[in-house]
Design a protein around this ligand. Structure first.
Ligand SMILES: Cc1ncc(COP(=O)(O)O)c(C=O)c1O
Length: 368
């Protein structure tokens, strides 16, 4: 079976480094918020092109804590509206809700799998305070236009970069630097993945960064003295060390994902399978390579019989989730079509050329 992402193989080259780091970590006797977290934060901020990075326990918390920080700064308040793509991952919506804000879903675009910018414009009201682009599947949202809307309407941009580590826009800027604040997840399957949970906020807003670095640690100004009613959401010292080792290879691994995607684009030719549009100028880090097919379930079953693993990202849109009952009455036909038709094909950087060929041939030969 060709796996979707072989995490054992992905982490194997780092095994010796991980083990020697683990020995140092154990010997250090310092396990939470120490030198490794600080070093990772500095290195990841430099990589993203922001002045600050603050490690958190996961990507969901990173987003939620950004909102809490803006609430403390008085830039937003409970009940404010956040514009978000209707086809984002559920964690994006949960973070908005957990911060006491209202998610306003925007219809999706079949071409970019991001929000439909015309619908985004229509949805802006006096209650809108934030635009939240998710760079879904690793493809950047059109941040030039999003920034124009945000500026014209005095809105904050908070981005969800969980799937877009390392992506650069046409000006060469990394995804983590394209918003007022950006949230990252280092869940093991992400392009930069830890060996457990992890997350971070990147921003060049010094005031926000200071609040977030306190907020993630009970809101402490100094030990045991709380300025804010914060949370416990710290990036582990252990995970920070692993992430520092892997960060050095992120660009090279993204290039491998891209090379696989380029083969898919140039070699898959099947009237039943629609490939997404890809603008050469924009960087796409192919966290996922997503195709559309009217007979998606048949296609997935067929590929499984050919020993090819695929995953659906995602089968149920947020507004149809039982957990988000207040959104259940809404209708987003394009978003729903996306959920009915998408199938993710592996961009595991360790796929061999022969495995890529097997996947391509299977996709070429699919009939229904
Ligand atoms: C788009 C998106 N947003 C948010 C998250 C949440 O990240 P985490 O699982 O680290 O909380 C994820 C990760 O699964 C994601 O893919």
């Amino acid at each position: 079976m060709i796996p979707f992402l072989d995490l054992k193989k992905l982490n194997k080259p780092y095994q010796d480094n991980f083990k020697s780091y683990f020995s140092r970590f154990l010997d250090s006797g310092w396990f939470v918020l120490g030198e490794e977290v600080e070093n990772f934060e500095n290195e990841y901020a430099a990589y993203c092109g922001t002045t600050h990075c603050i490690g958190t326990a996961n990507g969901l918390d990173a987003l939620r804590i950004i909102f809490e920080g803006y609430k403390i700064l008085g830039k937003i308040k409970a009940g404010d509206h956040v514009l978000v793509a209707s086809n984002t991952y559920i964690a994006t919506i949960l973070a908005i809700k957990q911060a006491g804000l209202i998610p306003i879903l925007v219809e999706a675009s079949l071409e970019t799998f991001n929000f439909d910018l015309e619908d985004l414009k229509r949805k802006i009201t006096s209650q809108t305070k934030v635009i939240l682009p998710t760079h879904l599947y690793g493809l950047l949202a059109d941040m030039d236009r999003v920034s124009d809307f945000a500026k014209a309407n005095q809105l904050l941009i908070v981005s969800d970069c969980a799937q877009s580590h390392g992506a650069r826009d046409k000006h060469g800027n990394r995804s983590g630097s394209l918003a007022h604040a950006a949230a990252h997840s280092f869940y093991p399957t992400k392009n930069l993945g830890a060996l457990g949970d992890g997350g971070a906020v990147t921003t060049s807003d010094e005031q926000l960064a200071k609040i977030i670095s306190q907020y993630r640690n009970y809101g402490f100004r100094k030990r045991y003295v709380a300025q804010y009613a914060g949370v416990n959401s710290r990036l582990d010292e252990l995970q920070a060390g692993f992430l520092r080792i892997k960060l050095k290879d992120l660009d090279a691994l993204n290039q491998k994902r891209k090379a696989i995607a380029m083969r898919y684009f140039s070699e898959i030719d099947n009237e039943h399978i629609i490939l997404s549009k890809y603008n050469e100028k924009e960087d796409h880090v192919f966290h996922l390579f997503v195709v559309r097919c009217k007979h998606r379930d048949l296609l997935q079953e067929y590929l499984s019989k050919r020993k090819i693993t695929t995953i659906i990202h995602y089968p149920v849109p947020p507004h149809k989730q039982e957990a988000l009952s207040e959104l259940n009455g809404l209708s987003f036909p394009v978003c729903e079509q996306i959920h009915d038709e998408v199938l993710s094909i592996s961009t595991d950087p360790n796929l061999t050329q022969a495995e890529v060929s097997t996947i391509i041939n299977a996709l070429k030969e699919f009939t229904c």
